[in-house]
Write a protein that binds this ligand. Structure first.
Ligand SMILES: NC(=O)c1ccc[n+]([C@@H]2O[C@H](COP(=O)([O-])OP(=O)(O)OC[C@H]3O[C@@H](n4cnc5c(N)ncnc54)[C@H](OP(=O)(O)O)[C@@H]3O)[C@@H](O)[C@H]2O)c1
Length: 478
């Protein structure tokens, strides 16, 4: 049985790849995760999970013992600092640790495009591929290169879908005419899985993608599929910076991802080889239109396995090892005795946010989210991946699920812009539901912020706990 190590399994591509590999009993699957709390081990008790960070080579050794094939699906792109050097260190550490452990093959997914005209994000992806494959005599590398990936929850598709849905008239910069070759997420996963058993000895670069389209054509076709009449007006002087602020405001993606995608749109991202059809003749990638239809269908039947905001997008994990609510200076605690089944209580708690909203004060939450977007925060647009289900690491509007013990506890950490750190916790014990907001202020402004929020908290938090209980008892009004 082949042992396969998967990195990036809490990310957009990795989660879907895990699902597919897991379904094949001929593979023994192993995961390397920065914080294993993000993996639902109780659902998959037979999967071996190792804690490790590719920025720390010594943390990789154990996970690589006995591995035949290792997937590298990691990047530090959302990092505010120097993501290029983090990406370089990560790739070199991983490659060398694989060589030391006797791994036979590394499979990597990077981006399509030519290094000379590439944006700095794409250049970093190319550099990662070059570093991973720099020792062909010691380890084989299969390097896939994809352009825009279309699928439910992919950042590029969410931008397209949100623009089309929200704007009857779209003003677009001139580089929306740049050509790319989009690819459907399930096809990407098919290539990655098929490459585990590919019989080939040397290094290989495989460009993947289907029909050639421009971003403008993608918008127009998506609007047609969604039965929406949309008009596009090209404005030549829209700068990349202005465009990324605009995308950040209109769509759920943050400025860091919006600007990376826009920079990427300035140069063509077309396939430079036909190794996809040569080495994987059984995979017939869907066209752009077919991919959009599939992605919209996945959204309508609530089958969003992963989204662009699942990962931390940075050099540290978004779910910290050490829970730091203990350092909170201010708390707002509400407690109610309630005779109810703990599962009903948590069904109610776990449906907070997204389309389900926050009961009576929805508007206040939305205003807070809108303000957050205005000042460059994540806002409320990320919503939730699934309307009922939560897992550790999920984003939930401007929160992140940092702890979840079904029927017992849910801890959310605020990712909106606040002068300090904030958490919201729900616990159910001995027929008591406890809801606590914690705040660790940064400086005097943080303290003033907390005091200014007290009147809002009074109304919002009282209503929140009451309505959660009402909903648990099945008497809530929607
Ligand atoms: N998504 C696309 O549209 C797209 C398009 C073309 C190519 N690609 C390529 O596909 C690959 C995967 O992208 P993605 O979209 O799946 O990324 P993603 O959603 O941001 O996931 C990145 C994954 O890497 C993990 N990670 C980051 N730094 C790490 C470290 N130092 N040590 C261990 N794990 C670390 C993250 O873990 P945490 O959960 O701890 O953050 C997360 O699981 C990338 O190479 C990307 O260039 C993606």
């Amino acid at each position: 049985m082949r042992t396969v190590l998967l990195t990036g399994s809490t990310g957009y591509i990795g989660r879907r790849l895990f699902d597919r590999i897991k379904a094949d009993p001929s593979f023994n699957i192993r995961l390397l995760i920065r914080n294993p709390k993000k993996f639902e081990q109780d659902k998959y008790p037979d999967v071996e999970v190792f804690s490790g960070d590719t920025l720390n080579k010594s943390s990789l050794k154990e996970s690589l013992k006995g591995v035949d094939t290792a997937f590298y699906l990691i990047h530090a792109m959302g990092n505010k600092g120097n993501f290029e050097s983090a990406d370089r260190l990560s790739a070199v550490n991983f490659r060398d640790a694989c060589i030391d452990a006797g791994v036979k093959r590394i499979i990597y997914l990077g981006g399509l495009g030519d290094k000379d005209s590439a944006s700095k994000h794409l250049r970093s992806r190319i550099e990662t591929g070059e570093l991973l494959s720099a020792k062909p005599d010691k380890i084989q590398t299969i390097w896939f290169r994809a352009g825009v990936i279309i699928g439910s929850g992919s950042a590029s598709f969410e931008i397209i879908r949100n623009l089309v849905q929200k704007l009857p008239v779209m003003t677009t910069p001139k580089w929306v005419t740049t050509k790319t070759q989009a690819v459907y997420i399930n096809d990407v996963i098919s290539y990655l899985v098929s490459s585990i058993n590919l019989e080939y000895e040397n290094d290989l670069i495989v460009d993947i993608g289907s029909d050639t389209v421009s971003f403008e054509e993608m918008l127009i076709k998506c609007a047609e599929i969604m039965n929406l009449k949309r008009k596009i007006i090209k404005i030549p002087f829209l700068s990349p910076k202005l465009s990324s602020y605009w995308l950040n405001f209109i769509t759920p993606v943050p400025i860091s991802i919006a600007s990376a995608l826009i920079e990427g749109l300035k140069s063509e991202t077309l396939k430079l080889n036909d190794n996809d059809s040569k080495y994987f003749p059984n995979i017939n990638p869907l066209t752009y239109e077919e991919s959009v239809k599939e992605a919209l269908n996945e959204i309508s039947v609530r089958q969003i396995i992963s989204t662009w905001c699942d990962s931390s997008g940075g050099i540290t994990c978004d779910v910290p090892y050490v829970e730091d609510i203990a350092k909170a200076v201010f708390t707002d605690k509400r407690e109610k005795t309630v005779e109810a089944d703990s599962a009903d209580i948590f069904n109610s708690v776990c449906r907070l946010g997204g389309k389900n909203g926050y009961f009576r004060y929805n508007l206040l939450w939305r205003i807070r989210g809108g303000f957050d977007k205005l000042i460059g925060g994540v806002g409320m647009g990320r919503g939730r991946r699934d309307e009922c289900e939560l897992r550790i690491g999920d984003s939930l509007d401007f929160w992140r699920v940092v702890d979840y013990a079904p029927s017992k506890r849910l801890l959310l950490k605020a990712e909106m812009k606040v002068p300090g750190e904030a958490w919201l916790e729900f616990r159910y014990n001995d027929n008591k539901l406890t809801q606590t907001a914690y705040f660790y202020p940064r400086g005097i402004f943080g303290r003033l912020y907390w005091y200014a929020m007290i009147p809002f908290h009074y109304f919002i938090f009282n209503n929140l706990i009451d309505e959660l209980i009402n909903r648990a008892k099945g008497s809530h009004k929607t």
